[in-house]
Design a protein around this ligand. Structure first.
Ligand SMILES: Cc1cc2nc3c(=O)[nH]c(=O)nc-3n(C[C@H](O)[C@H](O)[C@H](O)COP(=O)(O)OP(=O)(O)OC[C@H]3O[C@@H](n4cnc5c(N)ncnc54)[C@H](O)[C@@H]3O)c2cc1C
Length: 389
């Protein structure tokens, strides 16, 4: 039987096209050169310097999927995954900044924005504007649709009242996708997505959280006190915000998977380098079989996690169902990241426990992967629902 072109052998998931490889390498080189020297200071000060954010825009990683016609990279979702992974090898705080910008905010604008919204917002997102995604509240996290933030029509505008909690990028962002309910009696069918700008009257960014990990990434409360939003700033349709939220988060959690495999790769890299150098009992600790096996197991788990993440991203780009795969990649990669970072701390011994070495930070950073964009229990619920109905 002759092989037709359409029957070319399937490509390995981890095989990158030339363009993907160049892109990934350029982001990693940037991370090594521009981010690595700042990691400790950013963690201690819980802040990302503006100069570094400007460089991220210049690099092109803040508007990866913004179409070329709007000044963005015009690239795929998979490119966003590669960028988040490469950045998170060095600093998962920068990884999540870029992740939220691309896989949540720009993704929602491209997908749900009408022509007017795309024209007004996409060029600035690619050029110099950071976005945030505000769904969670103090009383509604996993049960996000139980939100109490309300929107009412007033003087030909929408007026938002309520509070959001835990909002990533809030300190740096100028554009916020905010979910509020316009008719609570309709339940989740009242939820609507609004585009709120930092300067809108009645809107304030509140307290910044003091966190265990990803400390440089800002996480803040948002306050809406009769915040006025033009009618033209409804993203998608009134009452269809639940769809915007669910579908964007399904994609976003692949980005968190990417953050977690990048983190695990960073921790493994440090562990390998250190165990080759560190001598005990007259030889490098990497020469002990017990250590070799621990490293081999970590590398195997990381490879499995990467395959899950890449597969979910490639399914999404090829417009095939990916809900279960996205949930699986997030839960597995976040668990692998925690285990690999923990192993790295162990292999550094006492040096793993202090801030002069990079692995204690990665260990702290790993924990968030099991919490945001749907906790692990919620991912398991999604997977089980697909299997059991
Ligand atoms: C650093 C950080 C950044 C964040 N960034 C954002 C952001 O940018 N935008 C945003 O909107 N939100 C953000 N969040 C919020 C995050 O998504 C929520 O914290 C998360 O969804 C969990 O909600 P919760 O904290 O209210 O926990 P809860 O929902 O109260 O959960 C507490 C525990 O109960 C379990 N649980 C709850 N319901 C069930 C159930 N049905 N079955 C089994 N177990 C269950 C959970 O798994 C968890 O272990 C962020 C959070 C943090 C910490």
């Amino acid at each position: 039987m002759t092989t037709q072109h359409s029957e070319l052998p399937a490509q390995p998931l981890t095989r990158l096209s030339e363009d993907e490889q160049l892109f990934r390498d350029s982001v990693y080189e940037f991370a090594d050169r521009e981010i690595r020297p700042l990691v400790r200071e950013m963690d201690e000060q819980a802040k990302i310097p503006k100069a570094l954010i400007d460089k991220l825009f210049d690099l092109g990683v803040m508007g990866i999927e913004v179409p070329d016609s709007f000044g963005g990279g015009g690239a795929s979702f998979f490119h966003s995954v590669l960028a988040v992974e490469a950045l998170s090898r060095v600093d998962p705080s920068i990884g999540v900044l870029v992740d939220v910008q691309n896989t949540l905010v720009i993704n929602a604008l491209v997908r749900w924005g009408n022509e007017d919204i795309r024209k007004r917002y996409l060029p600035k997102m690619a050029a110099d504007t950071i976005g945030a995604y505000a769904l969670s509240e103090a009383g509604s996290g996993s049960d996000a649709f139980a939100m109490t933030t309300r929107a009412a029509e007033r003087d030909g505008e929408w007026a938002l009242t309520g509070r959001k909690l835990w909002i990533t990028n809030a300190n740096e962002a100028d554009v916020f996708i905010v979910f509020a309910n316009v008719s609570p009696e309709a339940g989740y069918r009242g939820i609507t997505a609004f585009l709120v700008e930092r300067g809108f009257s009645g809107f304030t960014v509140g307290k910044k959280e003091d966190k265990l990990g990803i400390r440089a990434s800002s996480t803040c409360e948002l306050l809406f006190d009769d915040c006025r939003v033009p009618r033209a700033n409804v993203l998608g349709e009134v009452g269809k915000g639940y769809k915007v939220a669910i579908e964007t988060l399904n994609e976003g959690r692949i980005g968190i998977g990417a953050q977690m495999i990048g983190l695990a790769q960073g921790a493994l890299h440090h562990a390998i380098a250190y165990t080759r150098e560190r001598k005990q009992f007259g030889k490098a600790i990497a020469e002990f079989q017990a250590v070799q096996h621990q490293i081999a197991r970590a590398a195997t788990e990381l490879e499995a996690a990467r395959l899950l993440v890449y597969n979910a991203a490639r399914l999404r780009d090829s417009r095939q169902p990916f809900l279960t795969e996205a949930a699986m990649c997030k839960i597995f990669s976040s668990e692998v990241a925690e285990r690999v970072a923990s192993l790295a701390v162990n292999l550094f011994g006492g040096y793993g426990f202090v801030k002069d070495y990079p692995v204690e930070k990665l260990y702290r950073d790993a924990k968030i992967g099991q919490i945001y964009e749907g906790t692990s229990n919620l991912q398991l619920q999604t997977i089980a629902k697909q299997l059991l109905g």
